[in-house]
Design a protein around this ligand. Structure first.
Ligand SMILES: C[S@@+](CC[C@H](N)C(=O)[O-])C[C@H]1O[C@@H](n2cnc3c(N)ncnc32)[C@H](O)[C@@H]1O
Length: 200
């Protein structure tokens, strides 16, 4: 079993861990007179993109979550080298992280780049973007929130776009990409497409 799940096998324990992260790393740093926005990257991988984004957006508080311990360690190393106090990373499952975070925290932007495509039909239920996930995001985002999505898997792109098109709460939108900077997987997968959705 994964070391993390052995150490934090109890759901209440994992909830406490997310709340401590917010109390120790986010709420203490968050000065609402300077920072108006909190942004979240789901599946941040090695943290290349979010480090660059946080560097260029010093008035935005940025959080990256990923299930992979090593990737979170690498993300954090970059953050320390870059000396960024508007950026934090946590190893966590995205759904649990959102469920357990303080209710008052609402994200302005959510970034999802090169998520696992789960190509087999019987695995589509494991894909991150689902109709109920978009509904779930409503209670965790600001009224004008945006989702930025990028993938190299064209079937997954089409499938995901359809879920957004069918949604009553999110609309596809022609908005500029906030920062072009390669993520680890974007370096490996140069043929990709992107879209942006906004809350309606
Ligand atoms: C293909 S990688 C892409 C990483 C990064 N976005 C990039 O572009 O380099 C997908 C990442 O999503 C993470 N991931 C998958 N499911 C997740 C979940 N439920 N919660 C958080 N992270 C997840 C994986 O651990 C992996 O690092």
């Amino acid at each position: 079993m994964d070391y993390f799940l052995r150490k934090f096998s109890d759901l209440n324990h994992r909830e406490g861990r997310v709340l401590s992260f917010f109390n120790q790393q986010i709420l203490t740093n968050f000065d609402s007179s300077v920072s108006k926005h909190i942004d979240l990257e789901i599946g941040c991988g090695h943290g290349h993109w979010l480090n660059a984004y946080a560097q260029q957006n010093s008035t935005r508080q940025c959080i990256g979550v990923d299930l992979n311990t090593k990737r979170i360690e690498k993300s954090n190393n970059k953050r320390f080298i870059n000396d960024l106090n508007n950026l934090s990373f946590l190893k966590a499952d995205a759904n649990e992280f959102l469920e357990f975070k303080p209710k008052a925290i609402k994200f302005s932007r959510i970034f999802i780049f090169f998520p696992d495509p789960w190509p087999k039909t019987r695995h589509h239920k494991r894909r991150l973007i689902q109709e109920n996930f978009l509904e779930f995001l409503l209670s965790h985002t600001t009224p004008d929130a945006q989702i930025y999505f990028r993938t190299d898997h064209m079937e997954y792109l089409k499938w995901t776009k359809l879920i957004f098109e069918d949604s009553d709460s999110w609309n596809l939108a022609e908005l500029p990409w906030p920062l072009e900077h390669n993520s680890f997987f974007q370096d490996l997968l140069p043929n990709y497409e992107s879209f942006v959705a906004v809350r309606s």
